[in-house]
Ligand binder design. Sequence first.
Ligand SMILES: Cc1ncc(COP(=O)(O)O)c(C=O)c1O
Length: 412
Amino acid sequence: MLSENAEVKPHPVEQPKDLFKKCFDFTLADEVKAQGIYPFFHPIDETEGPVVSFGGRKLVMAGSNNYLGLTSDERVKQASIDAIRRYGTSCSGSRYMTGTVNLHVELEEKLADFFEKERCLLFSTGYQTGQGIIPTLVQRGEYIVSDRDNHASLVAASIMAQGAGANLVRYNHNNMADLERVLQKIPASAGRMIVSDGVFSVSGEIVDLPGLVTLAKKYNARIVIDDAHAVGVIGRNGRGTPSEFDLVDDVDLIMGTFSKTFGSLGGYVVGDRSVINYIKHNASSLIFSASPTPASVAAVLASLEIIRNEPELMTRLIANTDYVRKGLLKEGFDLMPSRTAIVTVLISDQMKTLVFWKKLFEAGVYVNAFIRPGVMPGHEALRTSFMASHEKEHLDKVIAEFATIGRELGVI
Ligand SMILES: Cc1ncc(COP(=O)(O)O)c(C=O)c1O
């Protein structure tokens, strides 16, 4: 207690911290822009698929996930136009409420059939699909067992579940011995879900699914595979990773996106009736977000028909990618292991990656620069990906420009 005569000292006046200080202090993007090597957010003004135009200048697109070239297929475009005519431009609501149209139901039935599972559920993006599955199914005290190289959307979904009391444990990338070490430590009383990309998005590497399934059976874990980069690329008629290994019945949930091979926007999960039904009535990212637009869904329906009926597209895609992979290896580049549609060239230095990217851009080749936070320091890379619609002249240009610039920068 203060005596009556005690001197009352004023509190030092400290300016309360401004939440936005971090934004004002963030200068990296502006510094890179000032050096003319900023590789992000460049607006494309026209696209024909394998060739795109930036400010009127034509470049070979070697960084798109439009693997079968379906975004510019006339049948896919027409399906979207027809859907807009019939249903308008938006459903203006969630699937749960007023946002379901016939096309959503038709696509769910056709995808369940294609992926040889009982049921399918659509989401508005692939990102939201992970958020709809993981925090909904893995609850307080239960375990998410996640590959360290999983896509950022799966990491975000897992952290969301963790916030609600689930446990998140990670195992070293595609390392089955480490996965077993992690599974052994989980108490028998807790449910567990192993989550992995089917085809890893940075490298294009395929998960060791037989190893993963063996361990899941041994430790009674459920499996979710994110097949974003596998559909239309591997598996019987492009059915993805579980089909590639003939393990469809052993994978509990297969999820994916429409933003890659399907040439559209949205996401899906397929699995057993009761599990899909539970997600459908509990997933916040489904219930509280507007449904995929009729135009997006109609494009997927048209793409699905093409994927089913034109396997030659997949054959061409794999041949195109193999051609570039062999060409770059012959030139002496260090590539990440892959036999899918992704060819990732390791540069292992942030500045060199950005300069290499810029020189490719100027030479007429558009690729993706992977720097922090997309990859860890020391793993910087140029990620290229190919389409069924690339011609040999496009692929030769990619290899030739990589070789010239690679020599100039001392990468090869
Ligand atoms: C493995 C993986 N999962 C999910 C997503 C997210 O999909 P979407 O673009 O539909 O949000 C991506 C897209 O980059 C991805 O590569």
